[in-house]
Design a protein around this ligand. Structure first.
Ligand SMILES: Nc1ncnc2c1ncn2[C@@H]1O[C@H](COP(=O)(O)OP(=O)(O)OP(=O)(O)O)[C@@H](O)[C@H]1O
Ligand SMILES: [Mg+2]
Length: 346
C-alpha cells in the first residue's frame, strides 16, 4: 500500500486491515493495533480476528470479486461487536480492505433495552391476568344481582375496563413475542412443515373475523413441494398477523388472495407466500417504516381496532430468523400485498 495513503489511514478512527488473497495481513492502521495488540503483517487474519462469518465473507468477496458488508462478534473477543465493510482497493482484486466500526456500546444498549422490555412485560403478566380475572368476577356478580340499581352504569365502566385490560394483555404478549424473536440468543427448533396445512389452520382460527366481514379467502397454490424448514409456532404467528391485517384493512364483502409460488434466488429455492387484499392500501412514504415497532399509518384507528402496532415487527423478526425475506407492495385504494419468502427443503 502506498506510503502516504498508509499515513492517512492511520489517522482514520476506524479499524482498517488489508489482506491479500491468502488472507495474509498486508497492512493495518493504528486503531487496529490498539484493538488487536498481537496484530502483525504477514500473518493470517484468522489468527487475529476469529470469526467464521468474517472468514466466509472474505472468501466470498475474493471469489465473487465483490465488496460486501457484515455484522459480527469475533469468537476471541465476544464483548466486541463490529460492522464490517469489505472493499477492494485496486481493480486487480488482489487486496481486500477490511474496515471495522466498533458497535459494541450501541449493541450493549440495544441488549439492555430488549432485556428491560422483556422483564417489564414479564412482570406485568401476572398482575394483568389477576385484573382481568377480577373484572370478570365482578361483571358476573353484578349481572346476576337484579336489585343492583347501578347495573347499567357499573356495567358500562366494567366493559371498558375489561376491553382496556385485554388490550394491555395483548400488548404485553406481543412485547414478549417480539423480545423472544429479536433476541440473538434464542434457539428455535426447526422442523419440516407443510405450509398449506399451516395456512389452512390459521384460516380456521380466524374464520369468525372472516365471516363477520363476509370476506372471501382464496388460496392459489403453485408450489410443487409445500414443505419448508421452520418453527411451527413462529410461522403460525406470521400467518395470523398477515391474515389478520388483511382482514382488518379490507372492506366488507371483499376478497383476500393467498398465493404460494416458488422462486429461485442465488441458488436458494424459496417458497413465496403472498397475502393480497383489496382494501384501503398504504401510501408509499409509510411502506419502509411499517415493520418498525409501534409504527401505524393511522394511530387512532389502529388503536380503536385493538391493534398494538407490533404485528409486522414480529413478522419481520421471525422471517429473518428463518433466513427468509419480507416484501410489502401497496397502492392507495387498490390494496396491499405482504409477502414472505422462506427457503424450501429440497
Ligand atoms: N393489509 C394492510 N392494509 C393496509 N394497512 C396495513 C395492512 N397491514 C398493516 N397495515 C398498516 O401497518 C400498520 C402496522 O401493522 P401491524 O400489524 O404491525 O400493527 P396493527 O395491525 O396496527 O396492530 P397489531 O400489532 O395488533 O397487528 C397498521 O397499523 C396499518 O396502518
Ligand atoms: Mg396487525
Amino acid at each position: 500500500m502506498k506510503k502516504n495513503l498508509s499515513q492517512s489511514l492511520n489517522k482514520i478512527p476506524i479499524i482498517i486491515i488489508a489482506i491479500d488473497i491468502n488472507k495474509q495481513i498486508t497492512f493495518y492502521n493504528n486503531v487496529a493495533k490498539q484493538k488487536f495488540l498481537f496484530i502483525e503483517e504477514k500473518i493470517d487474519i484468522n489468527n487475529v480476528i476469529r470469526s467464521s462469518e468474517l472468514n466466509k465473507f472474505i472468501e466470498e468477496s475474493f471469489s465473487n470479486k465483490k465488496d460486501s458488508k457484515l455484522e459480527f462478534s469475533p469468537s476471541n473477543f465476544t464483548d466486541l461487536y463490529f460492522i464490517g465493510d469489505l472493499t477492494f482497493f485496486d481493480n486487480d482484486y488482489s487486496e481486500l480492505i477490511i474496515s471495522l466500526t466498533d458497535q459494541s456500546t450501541l449493541k450493549n444498549y440495544e441488549q439492555m433495552r430488549t432485556d428491560f422490555v422483556a422483564n417489564v412485560s414479564h412482570e406485568l403478566r401476572t398482575p394483568l391476568s389477576s385484573i382481568v380475572g377480577y373484572i370478570e368476577t365482578i361483571k358476573n356478580s353484578v349481572n346476576s344481582s337484579s336489585e343492583n340499581k347501578l347495573d347499567n352504569f357499573v356495567g358500562k365502566f366494567l366493559d371498558t375496563m375489561e376491553d382496556q385490560a385485554w388490550r394491555m394483555t395483548r400488548l404485553v404478549e406481543d412485547l414478549l413475542l417480539l423480545s423472544k424473536y429479536e433476541s440473538d440468543e434464542i434457539q428455535m427448533n426447526f422442523e419440516q412443515i407443510n405450509i398449506i396445512n399451516l395456512i389452512e389452520g390459521v384460516l380456521d382460527n380466524l374464520q369468525n373475523k372472516i365471516n363477520d366481514k363476509n370476506i372471501e379467502v382464496k388460496i392459489n397454490n403453485y408450489l410443487s413441494k409445500d414443505d419448508v424448514l421452520g418453527n411451527k409456532d413462529a410461522l403460525i404467528q406470521v400467518f395470523i398477523n398477515l391474515t389478520d391485517n388483511a382482514i382488518k384493512y379490507s372492506k366488507e364483502n371483499s376478497k383476500i388472495e393467498i398465493e404460494l409460488k416458488e422462486r429461485l434466488e442465488q441458488n436458494i429455492n424459496y417458497c413465496e407466500i403472498h397475502f393480497r387484499d383489496f382494501g384501503e392500501g398504504i401510501s408509499e412514504e409509510h411502506l419502509s417504516r411499517l415493520t418498525e415497532r409501534f409504527y401505524r399509518v393511522d394511530k387512532n384507528r389502529s388503536r380503536n381496532q385493538g391493534g398494538t402496532g407490533l404485528g409486522l415487527s414480529i413478522v419481520k423478526h421471525i422471517t429473518n430468523k428463518h433466513n427468509g425475506k419480507m416484501k410489502i407492495e401497496s397502492q392507495i385504494d387498490k390494496g396491499s400485498t405482504f409477502s414472505v419468502a422462506l427457503p424450501i427443503i429440497n
